[in-house]
Unconditional design. Structure first.
Length: 317
């Protein structure tokens, strides 16, 4: 069982236009909307890989209803907790030069009662899934949610016997480490913010991975965009590196989410660390060519996976 937890989901809106010029009026060439938010992208990729993921999120207003309808069309088992505020929209502007501009709304404020209801609904699913559940926590937190929100949910999931995966940044990531998530996968900027350090070299990347493990994570990966991905399977295991596949992306939005789904799917299936990293990197590459974030093609992913050569990561200049 896979459960994707989305406390701050969204509708993704993608606009295409010839060029984006600050201060000018633009007429979009095309406009498309999709179910969105990081956890939604994870669920979509898991579905493409052959899993039957469950998703739970705080949804409100007409956009919340649109999100749930979209998830249903995708075949994702959606569990909704009602929120008074409208579900947010994330805007992606894509121009002819393949430059992507993202504008992410913070979302509506949520009340303590809504957060408590969401926590109770999550706990019910944790208990139902037990040791067979792989719970993926990803994305930002809603406005007014405490920074330890993920930490508390991870503690509850682990108490129920679930395996836990986390992709977020900043203080919510730092605090969640004390709850001992089984796996964390921030990108370079998120890792730097959580650990209050700069990640600019192989040495600093290795240091960040080591700190995630020493602070409570069971394993950790850091995605470096075009510079590839580094994965530390555990304190006693050597770190591994997978290069990024060079390709002209339609968009890189959702690539980190696709990688997280690849890790969760592979590790839950008992794959080796090398194969888990290879699957994650291939999912990220396939997402670069998808028509929308998370809508990867499994055949494309399989092709990329056969091309990726994972190597032991040796820190150096």
């Amino acid at each position: 069982m896979f459960l994707c937890v989305s406390p701050n989901p969204a509708i993704d809106k993608r606009l295409t236009l010839p060029v984006l010029v600050s201060g000018e009026i633009h007429r979009a060439r095309t406009v498309h909307t999709f179910p969105g938010g990081k956890s939604t992208h994870v669920a979509m990729v898991l579905k493409a890989l052959g899993a039957e993921p469950h998703w739970i999120g705080l949804c409100g207003g007409s956009l919340g209803a649109q999100l749930l309808a979209g998830l249903k069309r995708l075949g994702v088992n959606a569990h909704s907790v009602a929120a008074a505020g409208e579900t947010r929209t994330n805007l992606e502007i894509l121009d002819d030069a393949r430059i992507v501009t993202e504008i992410r709304e913070p979302g509506s404020s949520v009340s303590e009662a809504e957060l408590a209801a969401f926590g109770r609904a999550c706990n019910e699913l944790f208990e139902k899934g037990g040791k067979s559940a792989n719970v993926v926590f990803s994305g930002s937190l809603p406005v007014d949610a405490p920074n330890n929100f993920y930490a508390n949910l991870i503690a509850a999931a682990r108490a129920a016997g679930c395996r836990t995966f986390l992709d977020t940044g900043g203080e919510p990531l730092r605090l969640a480490l004390a709850s001992h998530p089984d796996f964390v996968k921030p990108n370079r900027d998120e890792a730097a913010a959580a650990l209050d350090l700069k990640i600019t070299s192989r040495e600093s990347t290795a240091n960040a991975l080591s700190q995630f493990l020493s602070r409570g994570a069971g394993s950790a990966a850091i995605s470096l965009g075009a510079d590839g991905m580094i994965y530390a399977p555990g304190k006693s295991a050597p770190a591994l590196f997978a290069p990024a596949i060079p390709l002209p992306p339609k968009s890189t939005v959702g690539c980190g989410d696709a990688a997280l789904a690849g890790f969760a799917f592979a590790l839950s299936s008992g794959s080796s660390a090398e194969n888990a990293l290879r699957t994650a990197a291939a999912c990220a590459a396939a997402n670069c060519l998808a028509d929308s974030p998370g809508a990867i093609g499994k055949d494309i992913m399989d092709k990329f996976r056969s091309q990726i050569r994972v190597e032991t990561f040796i820190p150096g200049p």
